[in-house]
Ligand binder design. Structure first.
Ligand SMILES: NC(=O)c1ccc[n+]([C@@H]2O[C@H](COP(=O)([O-])OP(=O)(O)OC[C@H]3O[C@@H](n4cnc5c(N)ncnc54)[C@H](O)[C@@H]3O)[C@@H](O)[C@H]2O)c1
Length: 460
């Protein structure tokens, strides 16, 4: 079996390594020549992913894994093509399909012409209807080849987390939904061959697409509730973290943790896909592929039937609450210091969470903005990002580290910052330090408190 992986990013690289480890011949395709060159040389371009270095070295060494920037070379002979190129939101919080569309357009003319055609699987998280309508529709428009008759088409959400991809691939059930029964069946067989996890087939591609949006939106709404609890508790002087911990000893209570917001390119993004669909009043195609007449021979629908929808007050409120938490946390720091005007503040961690080099939608941006608006001088430090990469994100790295500072904000408590890490933080080394804001409760308050230094938490 020849498998093409389109998009050699944090998820595509471990996926390619996993498929190769199960005996597939894998070709990775990416527009980033440096990533392709790394893989061709047997090097893993993605740091911090346990087990992947070894798999890449061995699979590249014995020729089972190759990589290319040439779309034709990648897919012309592929039996299976897995798309894992991101869909983000634009400044107006609308889905931005630019990268996925470009990848689809690049491979469409070169898909194998064998009888039945290849199996194309979208793993990127997408708005409901994208696999059938947008991906299938673009290929049909560009090549005249129809999903269902000329090639199989399915969606399978990628549910793993950066930093534990191979482990997650082993233990999280894989959800699969095709645009028709044949596509579902082929996708089911593929994942059973290349994964050890249980594989679950759902009714259609749209159900599989929705499942990922439901999972991520649930987490966003849950975190918003925890944040609301934190604000109430802060007003009452209650330790909400402890209250949540003991509340969760009841088996139906799964309250997440408060913080300074929600980052990364998943949880803060995908609720917008549902919100936009709800507000447009647009649902998936009315006739499900498995129940209605087969669409073989006809191009997939480009327009979706208006069948349901409406406002999404809960999803929208959760987004607004979570996006407001950076300013709230900075407000608590300001209260502790009296004023932030003229203060020097160092934000530790550009990453959205500890241990992962990912800046997209990080709360570091909201924290730096709120600090500046309050009149403070905000520096952002991160051991995973060289100073020029911090600057490229529009943020200011500290001129030296440590440096005299009025306050520290712990945004991502990377392992490097911990006592055994190569960038271990000694709060006493920040001359003049008066407060440490720890919105994600990464620290023991007692470890921070020193004469003249206050610990400031959120919900704590
Ligand atoms: N990162 C995560 O923790 C995570 C977790 C679960 C699911 N996912 C899913 O995986 C998707 C990819 O995430 P990621 O973290 O690997 O992204 P990433 O930004 O690390 O990698 C994306 C890759 O796609 C490549 N690319 C961009 N345009 C391309 C094109 N036209 N053709 C070919 N390649 C192109 C980029 O060069 C890059 O290497 C996400 O959108 C999400 O749906 C990610």
């Amino acid at each position: 079996m020849i498998v093409a992986v389109v998009g050699l990013g944090k998820i595509g690289v471990p996926l390619a390594a996993q498929f190769a480890s199960k005996g597939a011949r894998v070709i990775g395709y990416d527009v980033d020549g440096a990533r392709v060159a790394d893989i061709a040389a047997g090097r893993n371009p993605i740091a911090g992913e346990p087990g992947v270095d070894e798999l890449i070295a061995s699979a590249a060494g014995d020729g089972t894994l190759r990589a290319t920037t040439d779309a034709r070379a990648a897919v012309a002979e592929a039996d299976v093509v897995v798309l894992i190129v991101p869909v983000d939101v634009d400044d107006g919080q609308r889905p931005d399909f630019a990268l996925l569309d470009a990848a689809v357009d690049a491979i469409a003319p070169h898909l194998a012409r064998a009888p039945g055609g290849p199996l194309l699987i979208v793993e990127t998280t997408v708005p409901v209807g994208t696999t059938r309508g947008r991906v299938g529709g673009r290929i049909a428009a560009a090549t005249g080849r129809s999903a269902g008759s000329d090639f199989a088409l399915a969606f399978s959400p990628e549910r793993v987390s950066s930093g534990s991809v191979l482990r997650d691939l082993r233990i999280y059930p894989k959800i699969v939904g095709g645009i028709d029964q044949a596509s579902s069946g082929r996708a089911l067989a593929f994942y059973r061959a290349v994964l050890d996890a249980e594989v679950i087939a759902v009714r259609d591609a749209e159900t599989a697409e929705f499942s990922k949006l439901a999972e991520t939106t649930y987490r966003d709404v849950n975190i918003a509730l925890a944040n609301e609890f934190a604000r109430i508790g802060d007003g009452l002087g209650v330790d909400v973290l402890q209250a949540i911990e003991v509340a969760n000893t009841q088996p139906y209570s799964h309250i997440h943790a408060p913080g300074a917001g929600v980052g990364g390119h998943c949880i803060p993004v995908y609720p917008h896909f549902l919100r936009a669909a709800g507000e447009r009043g647009v649902a998936a195609p009315a006739a499900a592929a498995h129940d209605g007449p087969q669409r073989h021979g006809r191009p997939p629908p480009h327009t979706l039937a208006v069948t349901a929808g409406g406002a999404t007050p809960l999803i929208s409120a959760a987004r607004a609450i979570n996006d407001g938490m950076a300013a709230y946390a900075v407000g608590r720091l300001g209260d502790a210091l009296g004023t932030l005007a003229g203060a020097t503040v160092v934000v530790l961690g550009l990453s959205y969470r500890a241990g992962v080099k990912e800046w997209r939608h990080s709360s570091a941006f909201g924290l730096a903005r709120a600090l500046s608006e309050a009149g403070a001088h905000a520096y952002v430090h991160d051991p995973l990002f060289p100073a020029d990469e911090v600057r490229a994100c529009g943020l200011e790295p500290p001129p030296r580290f440590p440096l005299p500072a009025d306050a520290i904000v712990v945004q991502a408590w990377h392992p490097q910052y911990r006592p055994e890490g190569e960038c271990a933080i000694d709060f006493a080394a920040f001359a003049g330090l008066r407060a440490v804001l720890d919105p994600r409760a990464a620290l023991e308050p007692a470890a921070v408190r020193a004469p003249g230094v206050r610990y400031v938490g959120v919900g704590r």
